[in-house]
Ligand binder design. Structure first.
Ligand SMILES: Nc1ncnc2c1ncn2[C@@H]1O[C@H](COP(=O)(O)OP(=O)(O)OP(=O)(O)O)[C@@H](O)[C@H]1O
Ligand SMILES: [Mg+2]
Length: 265
C-alpha cells in the first residue's frame, strides 16, 4: 500500500489531469485506487464525474464532521469550496498538519494506491498531503520558470520530511503540457535534467487541447484519445518502476499490448 501526493508550486501544471489519468491506468491494471481531491476547486471530483452534491466530502472529514469511510464515493473522496472553510478551521487546531494522515490511516488497508491531488498552493492542505504520503510527485509545466517552481516545491517537501514525515520520498518531476518541438519546452527539459538528473522523468506529457476536451466530457484520455494516452502510460511505467511495483508494471505492459482493454475509471 502506497500513498502519493501530486503537487506543484504553480497552478495549472496538469496535476489534476495526472491524478485523474493515473487513477484510470492503475484501475485498469487491477490496483485498488483511492483518489483524494484536496483542492477546494474540486476539479478532480469534476474530472471523475462525481455528483456535485455528493456528501460528505474531504472538507467534512478534515473539519471532524464526518468519518473518512463515509466520504468515499466510488473510490473518490471529493472536494468542494467547503474545503476552503475547513482549511481555516484546521489552521486553529492542534496537530493540524497530521489531520489527513490520521483520516487516511483507517482506509489504507482497503487500497493499493492512494493518490492525492493537491491545490495550487504550498499551504496547510499541501502540507497535510505531504505528511500523509509515502511519496511526492511533482508536475511542472514546460515554461521558462519551471525550475523555480520545482525548487520551491522541493523546499516544502524537505520541510515536511524534516519535521513530520522523515520517510517521505521524492519520486521525481514530470515535465507536463510540453511541446518538444519548441525551444522553450526543450530548454525547460534540459535545465531540469541538469539540476535534477534522473529525478526528471524521461517521458514528457505532450500539450494537447484534447485534455481540456476530455475533462469537459469527464472522460479519461485513454478513452478519448488513446494515441495521446501513450504519454501517460509511459509515465505510469516509470512511476511503477520508481515505486518498485514489478507485478503492476508487467500488467501495465500487458494492458498496453491489448490497447487498454478492461474496465476504466
Ligand atoms: N497535457 C496537456 N496539454 C494541454 N492541456 C492540458 C494538459 N494537461 C492538462 N491540460 C489542461 O490544462 C488545464 C489545467 O490542467 P489541470 O487542471 O490538470 O492542472 P492543475 O495543475 O491541477 O491546475 P490547478 O493548479 O488549478 O489545480 C486544464 O484545462 C486541463 O484540461
Ligand atoms: Mg488541480
Amino acid at each position: 500500500m502506497t500513498t502519493i501526493a501530486v503537487l506543484s508550486q504553480k497552478g495549472g501544471t496538469g496535476k489534476t489531469t495526472a491524478v485523474r489519468t493515473f487513477t484510470d491506468v492503475f484501475r485498469r491494471i487491477g490496483l485498488r485506487v483511492l483518489a483524494v481531491d484536496l483542492d477546494p476547486q474540486g476539479n478532480l471530483s469534476d474530472y471523475l464525474d462525481v455528483d456535485p452534491d455528493a456528501a460528505p466530502t474531504i472538507g467534512d472529514v478534515l473539519a471532524d464532521r464526518a468519518k473518512p469511510a463515509e466520504a468515499v464515493h466510488d473510490g473518490i473522496i471529493p472536494a468542494n469550496l467547503g474545503l476552503a472553510e475547513a482549511e481555516l478551521v484546521l489552521g486553529g487546531k492542534m496537530g493540524r498538519e497530521l489531520t489527513l494522515k490520521r483520516a487516511l490511516r483507517d482506509l489504507r488497508a482497503d487500497y493499493d494506491v492512494i493518490l492525492i491531488d493537491c491545490p495550487p498552493a504550498l499551504g496547510l492542505l499541501t502540507v497535510n498531503a505531504l505528511v500523509a504520503s509515502d511519496y511526492a510527485l511533482l508536475s511542472a509545466e514546460a515554461q521558462y520558470f519551471a525550475m523555480q517552481g520545482v525548487e520551491q516545491a522541493l523546499e516544502v517537501i524537505e520541510l515536511a520530511r524534516d519535521s513530520l514525515n522523515p520517510d517521505l520520498e521524492w519520486l521525481g518531476v514530470v515535465l507536463n503540457i510540453a511541446d518538444m518541438r519548441t525551444r522553450h519546452s526543450r530548454e525547460a527539459f534540459e535545465s531540469l535534467r541538469e539540476h535534477f538528473g534522473e529525478k526528471l522523468f524521461d517521458t514528457t506529457i505532450r500539450a494537447s487541447i484534447a485534455y481540456a476536451e476530455s475533462a469537459e466530457r469527464a472522460l479519461s484520455i485513454l478513452e478519448y484519445r488513446p494515441d495521446l494516452a501513450v504519454d501517460y502510460l509511459n509515465v505510469a511505467d516509470e512511476l511503477l518502476r520508481r515505486l518498485g511495483m514489478r507485478e503492476a508494471r508487467e500488467r501495465l505492459e500487458a494492458l498496453v499490448g491489448s490497447r487498454f482493454a478492461g474496465t476504466s475509471a
